[in-house]
Design a protein. Structure first.
Length: 353
């Protein structure tokens, strides 16, 4: 269960943020680049906020592509909401664009469960000409992107300034809002970050955890606003080293960050992945798992299962049983047997306590 949560929901336990893929693995030549004029908006139904017919000169836009089935998209929504609130007075407008949707009928009910956690305007892609949709074609496919979430930052002159994961957009967005964004300097920054990412990957392949931690220090020095996200990677490495005192301190620090709602699930999962779970702060794991569940529990059975796992680690087996029963009810057929076995395990431990 923890492995599946880590793969589906993790934003912070890897240097590269998680995405979900729905487009073909191979894409045609990229035709939309940073510095190009932004394509036109092709939106069908406005689900939240006032409709926007076209990108208005003088404003900065965030085009945030997402889908209901995309775990990383859901996890990033609180962060995107915070960005909209933080930079609203600077003329920043976030447009959440639902793309690659597998079940169009699921979008509006999903929106109702999110409420203020999607604090920006939201619309659906225009699929009137067929799948995959106009935004998916003229924005994502044109930019060579086959994974979501994916954000496009559009400058005040209507040019594409940046393309990437929403959890990484605060630095370029802040520069755009302050009128300090420089395309050449951003290209140099991206090149340096790519090199550090490669260095980190090499350190992980060699299981050189101290080297990996040193690389994270370089990354967060270069890009301080990403400290919370990369902090989760630091937590993972400290657990790999079995430095549990430092790991618990790191988890407690991250639990106080502005983006805690976005990272609560992977943080809890990372803590609970420890080889010796008795050494981690199981009470904090419960708090983080509960926070993630309250924000997203209706979206995926894995949130209830994660809370159950945290309660079991904290030896609160009665509560573990309660949440695991919920997980079993919500689980798809392929996962139901596994979740049922965990439920029986928690019941046995509860009875023996």
């Amino acid at each position: 269960m923890l492995r599946s949560i880590a793969s589906a929901l993790t934003i912070v336990v890897a240097l590269s943020t998680a995405t979900a893929t729905a487009a073909p693995a191979e894409l045609p030549a990229v035709t939309l680049h940073v510095g190009d004029a932004a394509p036109a908006l092709h939106l069908s139904k406005w689900l939240k906020g006032e409709p926007i017919a076209a990108l208005e000169p003088g404003k900065i836009y965030v085009i945030e592509c997402w889908a209901t089935w995309c775990g990383p998209c859901v996890a990033a929504m609180p962060h995107v909401t915070r960005m909209q609130a933080k930079y609203k007075d600077k003329g920043v407008v976030v447009i959440g664009v639902n793309v690659w949707e597998r079940d169009p009928a699921a979008v509006e009910p999903f929106m109702k469960t999110k409420g203020d956690r999607m604090g920006y305007v939201v619309a659906t892609d225009d699929t009137s000409a067929g799948e995959p949709g106009m935004m998916a074609t003229h924005w994502l496919k044109a930019a060579g992107r086959n994974g979501i979430p994916c954000s496009f930052l559009i400058d005040r002159k209507g040019k594409v300034a940046w393309i990437g994961h929403p959890m990484q957009m605060e630095r370029p967005l802040a520069l755009l809002a302050a009128g300090k964004f420089d395309y050449a300097e951003e290209a140099k920054f991206t090149e340096r970050m790519d090199q550090l990412s490669a260095d980190f990957a090499a350190a992980m392949k060699a299981r050189e955890y101290d080297r990996g931690l040193a690389t994270i220090d370089q990354i967060t020095t270069l890009n301080p606003v990403m400290a919370a996200q990369y902090g989760g990677t630091r937590l993972m490495l400290l657990i790999q080293k079995k430095d549990y005192a430092a790991a618990n301190a790191q988890a407690a620090k991250l639990a106080e960050s502005d983006d805690v709602e976005s990272i609560a699930a992977p943080l809890a999962a990372t803590l609970l992945s420890a080889a010796d779970v008795d050494q981690i702060d199981t009470g904090l794991a419960v708090t983080l798992a509960e926070r993630a569940y309250k924000a997203n529990g209706a979206d995926n059975f894995q949130y209830a299962a994660l809370v159950a796992k945290a309660y079991a680690a904290n030896r609160q087996f009665d509560k573990a049983v309660e949440r695991q029963e919920e997980a079993v009810k919500q689980a798809p057929a392929a996962a139901k047997e596994r979740e049922q076995k965990l439920l029986e395990e928690y019941k046995r431990k509860s009875a023996a306590k």
